[in-house]
Design a protein around this ligand. Sequence first.
Ligand code: ADP
Length: 437
Amino acid sequence: MVILVCLILGFTLYITDGIIITSSETQLRGVVEDNADEIDFDDGKIELDDVDFIKDHVTTLIYSHDGYLLAGSITGIEAFTAPLSDGVVTTFSVNDTNYLIYDLLVQERKYDSVFVRGILSVSELTNTIHQVFTGAFFSLPFFILLSGLGSFWIAKRSLLPLEMMMDTANEIRHSDDLSLRIGLKDGKDEIHRLGKTFDEMFSQLEQSFVSEKQFSSNVSHELRTPTAVILAQCQIGLEEESLENETRETLTTIQNQATKMKRLIANLLNLTRLESGVEHAEREEFNLSELIEIAVEEHESLIDTEMKIHTNIKDSIFMMLDYSMMLRILTNLIDNAIKYGKPKGTIEISLQENENTIELIVKDDGIGISKENQEKIFQRFFQVDSARSGDSEGSMGLGLSMVKQMVLLHDGTISVESEEGIGTSFTLTFPKIKYQN
Ligand code: ADP
């Protein structure tokens, strides 16, 4: 923009200079020719009575044909020594002032002739124009800055609704809270209509999620009784001593599958209750460091490989937590680390605190998760490889969804870093208790 405006100013200045010179020339010629018409020769005597020696800023001097000044005067006349030349406009500079000079020969007979010289200063006008342009050049940055700030302000104001849309979308993404709305004021322009459409879409999505959760909850409730009946009947059948081996095996398989189904239903119900806000976190002040030590001890006794658990837990970190929920969070993460870790590998669990946050990390050196799947593991029923995880403890890809919900109920966040074949690390961040001094 600066370059463009400078170019325009430079070009205009160039054109203006040209126009001034051309119009000054025309003015000079006009006055000189008018004065030449007024000169009379009367028997060798020159009559100059009707000559206008100063007219339209043009000063007129009358010279004899051999160059003697006959009439007229100008300040600093000695300096105007330009040779007389008929019909030619020349430029002449005296004391840094530019003049246009035009000479015209007026001839009656061979020896009755005079030169009429017109002198016009062009510096005054061009100087004023140059001053105006210099002023424009120097004030230009200020106006450009002003217009830049103005444009920035206008652009920022008009982009505000888009920013609100982005913020809401991000908030929904991070908190999974579909009840959030952009909430733009009523407006007829495209952006406001877009915002309204988004809000309507969020409402619809929220509605379908609520219906879907309600459906899962209803189905789980309905499945609880038949599952309990199947399990009870299996139990009764297996207690029969006269049972043939084949029938016993069949009944045991049914019992195992029904037990898995019972766990799955319980998990699904848990998740729906967490997501729908039916289950609240009953938070009290607890020693998180101790709770982690307990969870680690319990899991160490369950490991049937050479896998080791290393801890780096800062003592006495207290937090407002729901004891059973936090235990479920830890159990899920450590279970996964054992399940997907190397048989001779190491699990590292660390608990540290910063100025405002508590950070819990559960890290393994196992199979890892690809970048593409890292985003999906918190979704319900997602399993990278169901053959590896599905058959143990009725796990069906619900664990991490529940962990995420429970972390959210503790005002925390959960993130994953992982590399295939190297290992996975889950980081949980919770706000620290603020004690009043
Ligand atoms: P699952 O019951 O299948 O373990 P989760 O919700 O706990 O379900 O985990 C979802 C998926 O995320 C798992 O199936 C597994 O593929 C992957 N996953 C979870 N934790 C780990 C881990 N520590 N290392 C590698 N993959 C993991």
